[in-house]
Design a protein around this ligand. Structure first.
Ligand SMILES: *Cc1c(COP(=O)(O)O)cnc(C)c1O
Length: 427
């Protein structure tokens, strides 16, 4: 019923996750609620480790920054791709060692460069300007920064334009034509040690061909760097593998990705006589399908279309609004019910774009029913906001047959947090 998602089942009319009834979870913890299957998360991490046993797998923390989940991924041997000082602190707290972290980003602050150096993590430089700034900071600190270079390979990945990052028009990376020049510059620069190349061509990519194309370009660049006497210790091919959000979608597995890019990498390394470490940075494909998002029906309104108003909106799950993304909907307390009517699921936010799911054929829905949105683990909670005065919801982890709170829900005090009203306004 749920494709390859064997952690989800319909039992006695209720949706279960790893054998735990989600209707009970909604009772116990309230709604809205994010619920993660520990077993699925571990299985996804292991699928990468098994497909790429010789590579380092760096989880892209922006997909999900929950500390308990990061801790599980650390236990599975994963490192981390971080994009900010905040994400770096999170992964350090989760026990991921500095040598298994890459600090990415296209516009880093001086303090972030310092923090990365203090933590002993490698940095991916996104521009010549940043390289020069990094060299200055490192010299001041009496350090030598190990630096990789984010390459813009100009590869087209067929995905939503807002998550395509490898086109020449994208803000990310150094144009591949300029790369060798920048690398050579780094080789002669005090304070930095160039160690390799990095790319990331986009997200939710459902075909291995763009990854293979990017890998080929990266190996070609590695060859030109070796020619000018440069050293290559790491080759990071980024993340971006898509997942099947709709029942009709087929997505490549990590092992299919491996069959595509490993031969290109290995053949290139042999030809150049180099033996860099391969790195991958999956986010979505590790965490997305491990997690469901539960929300309760407040109203059913029969108007131009049948609207189902639920207690969570795009403040808690932004992907439908941001990317026109599809999340499969299950009526969790009628999980084996036959589809009888067509519904559009909307949130409580004061914006007409606050639509979580459009035109879905579902069992007949009433006030009080429980809606589960599947595949919500990536770019779900991590993008949540308190827009419209809506505090963020709790997160729960299901493992070993029980459920544990892994993030408390916020109350309205979060809306006041940090706010200061000048005394003259309090008269
Ligand atoms: C977002 C991002 C990733 C992860 O992308 P997914 O599509 O979630 O796998 C990896 N690397 C970098 C540099 C990123 O910005």
């Amino acid at each position: 019923m749920f494709g390859t998602k064997d952690h989800l089942r319909a039992e006695g009319g209720h949706l279960t996750i790893d054998g735990v009834d989600v209707v009970d979870l909604a009772e116990e913890f309230g709604t809205p609620l994010y619920v993660t299957s520990e077993a699925r998360l571990r299985a996804n991490a292991r699928a990468y480790r098994e497909a790429f046993p010789e590579a380092l797998i760096y989880f892209a923390v922006k997909a999900n920054g929950n500390l308990a989940l990061l801790r599980i991924l650390a236990e599975e041997g994963l490192g981390a791709d971080v994009f900010s000082a905040g994400e770096l602190s999170l992964v350090r707290m989760a026990g991921i060692p500095g040598e298994k972290v890459l600090f990415n980003g296209n516009s880093k602050r001086t303090e972030e460069l310092k923090m990365a150096l203090e933590a002993g993590v490698r940095i991916s430089a996104d521009s010549l300007d940043e390289l020069l700034a990094l060299a200055e900071v490192a010299k001041e600190m009496g350090e030598e920064a190990e630096v990789a270079f984010r390459v813009n390979p100009d590869v087209s990945a067929k995905t939503h334009p807002k998550i395509a990052t490898g086109l020449k028009t994208s803000k990310f990376g150094i144009p591949w034509q300029d790369l060798v020049e920048v690398y050579e510059r780094a080789m002669g620069l005090e304070g930095v040690k160039p160690v390799g190349l990095h790319c990331h061509i986009g997200s939710q990519i459902l075909d291995t061909a763009p990854f293979v194309e990017a890998a080929a370009r990266m190996m070609e660049l590695a060859g030109r760097i070796v020619e000018v006497g440069g050293k290559i210790e790491m080759m990071d091919f980024g993340g971006g593998l898509g997942i099947p959000y709709t029942p009709e979608t087929a997505a490549p597995t990590p092992s299919q990705l491996a069959s595509g890019i490993k031969p290109v990498f290995e053949e290139g390394c042999r030809r150049l006589g180099i033996s860099p470490r391969m790195i991958l940075e999956p986010g979505r494909s590790i965490v997305a399908d491990s997690t469901i998002f539960l929300t309760r029906v407040n109203v059913v309104k029969r108007a131009h279309v049948n609207f189902v108003g639920v207690d969570a909106g795009f403040n808690l799950l932004a992907r439908p609004m941001l990317y026109d993304a599809y999340h499969h909907v299950v009526v969790a307390n009628k999980a084996d019910g036959r589809a009888e009517e067509r519904y559009t699921v909307v949130g409580p936010i004061c914006e007409s774009g606050d639509v979580l799911a459009k035109d879905r054929n579902l069992p007949r829905i009433e006030r009080g029913d429980l809606i589960a949105m599947l595949d919500a683990g990536a770019y779900g909670f991590s993008m949540a906001s308190v827009y419209n005065g809506q505090p963020r919801c709790p997160e729960v982890l299901v493992g070993g047959g029980r459920a544990e709170l892994i993030r408390r829900g916020e109350d309205q005090s979060v809306l006041l947090s940090g706010q200061v009203v000048p005394a003259r306004l309090l008269k």
